[in-house]
Write a protein that binds this ligand. Structure first.
Ligand SMILES: [Zn+2]
Length: 370
């Protein structure tokens, strides 16, 4: 059903567009043009203005030909760096770059699956319900587009975020929430040689706190990491200030709260021991989601996998994506593999056969909504 040559051509065209986070203007315009050429009205929300980017999220609603629940397909328009001047090369079944940039298949692979599926259902006269297409900005590094999406335009009941890896048929059904922490440790400066006893060493407080902290893999669904530590000026000054950035994630919100509390307490205890002070800020970057086997969206996916002749593989992920935000907004959503591989590296590549299968699976999803 899927037009392989058209799919590959569109993939090459779209990956050649520079589209770093918050600089998605050219990509947004290209996608608008494509959707409008199919005869659909395209809406761009004001997320760009809110987050300091040059483009908003693209929303396009394709009216259905039958009465079934509305679904949403989403993919993000931005890429990570190095992503300027991307040139995709075809090497047999594999598309890759010359190794100087990422390929941008994350997430152009998702975008082309969605566009191709829209064309296929028209050409083949496939009956379908309402389909809402959402192309987000600034997914990488903060899910800013999805967080600022104009949800007044979205009424889809189920969401399929085309932005995952693994064999085609893989869907992420469980993902953690994440807390980001910024900690400042304040001590007191003093001359390290003349009067060290007058100082309070912020580095000792921080190191004592961190040394006694549970970090790394806490359990099968909880992780924690201290990623950044900055502070100190000279060896002859007792350090009076250290700044630390840390994170914790869990697919169980109670465990996440316990871990974040534990990390805060370790800093507080160490500060009390040495006589320093702590500033502690924690922000929930995104909520977790957990789609169970009996969720209605799983019926659609099982039927779609059967129609497409592929196995459905459900997995739990340790990462966050737009899918977390959509679920948090009440749209039952999963993250679907498009076949992208080695993402966020200059070795990024994708198999054309996988991409075709992913597009076929996208069509099957549309056909399986009842
Ligand atoms: Zn992605």
């Amino acid at each position: 059903m899927v037009n392989r040559d058209r799919l590959v051509k569109e993939f090459l065209e779209l990956t050649s567009i520079d589209s770093l986070s918050k600089k998605e203007r050219k990509m947004a315009d290209a996608l608008k043009t494509r959707l409008e050429a199919m005869g659909y009205d395209v809406f761009e929300d004001d997320a760009g203005r809110k987050i300091g980017g040059d483009a908003g999220n693209i929303i396009c609603t394709v009216k259905g030909t039958k009465q079934v629940p509305a679904i949403m397909f989403a993919a993000h328009m931005d890429t990570v760096e190095p992503g300027i001047g991307k040139k995709a090369l075809i090497d047999g079944d594999i598309i890759r770059t010359d190794g100087s940039t990422v390929l941008g298949g994350d997430d152009v692979s998702g975008i082309v699956c969605i566009l191709e599926a829209l064309r296929v259902i028209r050409e083949k006269g496939v009956e379908h319900g309402d389909i809402q297409v959402v192309f987000t900005v600034a997914e990488e590094g903060g899910l800013y587009g999805a967080k600022n999406l104009d949800y007044s335009k979205i009424y889809a009941k189920y969401g399929f975020v085309m932005d995952s890896n693994g064999p085609i048929g893989t869907v992420a059904v469980k993902a953690p929430s994440q807390d980001k922490m910024i900690i400042t440790v304040e001590g007191r400066a003093a001359h390290a040689g003349l009067s060290p006893e007058k100082g309070i060493d912020a580095i000792r407080i921080a190191s004592s706190a961190i040394a006694g902290m549970k970090l790394g893999r806490i359990d099968h669904e909880t992780t924690a990491n201290v990623g950044v530590i900055n502070g100190g000026r000279e060896t002859n000054i007792v350090c009076d200030r250290v700044e630390i950035m840390a994170e914790a994630r869990s697919r169980d919100d109670r465990k996440l709260e316990a871990q974040t509390r534990h990390m805060k307490e370790r800093f507080e205890q160490a500060a009390a021991e040495f006589g320093g002070r702590i500033g502690f800020q924690a922000e929930r970057l995104y909520p977790s989601f957990n789609i169970t086997e009996d969720a209605p969206i799983m019926d659609i996916l099982r039927k779609a996998a059967e129609t497409a002749g592929i196995g459905l593989i459900t997995e739990e992920t340790g990462g966050g994506s737009d899918t977390n935000i959509f679920n948090g907004m009440g749209i039952e959503s999963v993250d679907v593999s498009t076949g992208m591989d080695k993402v966020h590296s200059t070795g990024e590549c994708i198999s054309i056969n996988d991409l075709v299968k992913a597009a076929e699976f996208t069509v099957s999803i549309i056909r399986s909504v009842s």
